[in-house]
Design a protein around this ligand. Structure first.
Ligand SMILES: C[S@@+](CC[C@H](N)C(=O)[O-])C[C@H]1O[C@@H](n2cnc3c(N)ncnc32)[C@H](O)[C@@H]1O
Length: 274
């Protein structure tokens, strides 16, 4: 919900929009929309809230980057899009690709909650969307996907946004191992966080603040990588793009009048192709 609230706030407060999502507000449901209205307009005091602006920039750029990479995958023949840990992502409601099958994989509790929210908001069920409830720590991604019509022989693009830092290394490896068995031309996009030890003191403060907030919510961060460490985990992939805040800001946040941009070196976006 906190991620979705920021995507929704972006539609209202930021100009120009980096990630255009006409369903970002509706998917919040009535309670989430009340919460969105309670949050003050961040624009007037944005100089005082650089951390909040940077986090919103990170979240909207992450979704935009994933969908830009998906466009490349579809152009080169991908026919399936699997959102791992889909949360309140609304891509299925905006899918512009008539031949693309979508699979939303999420923790069973999160997925049931999302489906309740969708019913409450009155959003119609999108075509070509299949739900697969899976706990990455103890359930088989492969079995659950196959049971809802996933075809492992088709070129597939996987998005795994905002999930990796919450996993154990074993669960990360099991999922990457599954993706790596996909046909050539398939790919995966995910974001990951660098370990505290490689951050500057200022970045460590931001890291600690976010880490303590997610731990309080009962979902602590537990997996970090440096770029060489994550590259080691992706040996089976033939091409990797791994970008940090400088490249992301150049790509998505140039020539703005507001302060919306990523800060620090903690968070990175990565796409790996088979
Ligand atoms: C921060 S949210 C990101 C949601 C979405 N990808 C987005 O960008 O808005 C983290 C997501 O990871 C999922 N998740 C975390 N641990 C999981 C696990 N062990 N198995 C399945 N899903 C998990 C949560 O249910 C949630 O949907």
């Amino acid at each position: 919900m906190r991620v979705a609230l920021r995507r929704a706030a972006h539609q209202i407060y930021d100009t120009p929009i980096v990630f255009d999502d006409p369903f970002a507000i509706r998917i919040l449901g009535p309670e989430g929309q009340t919460e969105l209205r309670r949050t003050p307009d961040p624009a007037p005091d944005q100089k005082q809230r650089p951390f909040s602006m940077a986090l919103r920039a990170h979240l909207v750029a992450r979704s935009r980057y994933a969908e830009d990479q998906l466009a490349c995958a579809v152009a080169s023949g991908a026919t399936q899009y699997v959102l791992l840990g889909a949360g309140l992502d609304t891509f299925a409601h905006r899918n512009p690709y008539p031949k693309l099958q979508i699979f939303e994989v999420d923790h069973p509790a999160t997925q049931a909650w999302k489906r309740d929210l969708l019913a409450e908001s009155g959003l119609p069920a999108p075509p070509r969307l299949n739900y697969a409830p899976v706990d990455f720590e103890c359930e088989s991604l492969s079995d659950q996907l196959l049971s809802v019509g996933f075809d492992p022989t088709q070129k597939t693009f996987f998005a795994w946004l905002g999930v990796v830092p919450y996993l154990t290394l074993d669960a990360f490896r099991a999922t990457i191992g599954f993706i790596a068995k996909s046909p050539a031309g398939s790919g995966v996009v995910f974001d990951y966080a660098q370990p505290r030890r490689v951050l500057t003191p200022h970045e460590q403060l931001a890291h600690d603040s976010l880490a303590s907030r997610v731990a309080l919510a009962g979902e602590p961060f537990q997996l970090w990588f440096t770029p060489p460490e994550v590259a080691y985990e992706l040996e089976e992939f033939r091409a990797i793009e791994d970008i940090g805040s400088i490249e992301i800001n150049e790509r998505y946040f140039q020539n703005r009048r507001d302060q919306l941009q990523l800060r620090g070196s903690g968070g990175r976006f990565l796409t790996a192709w088979l």
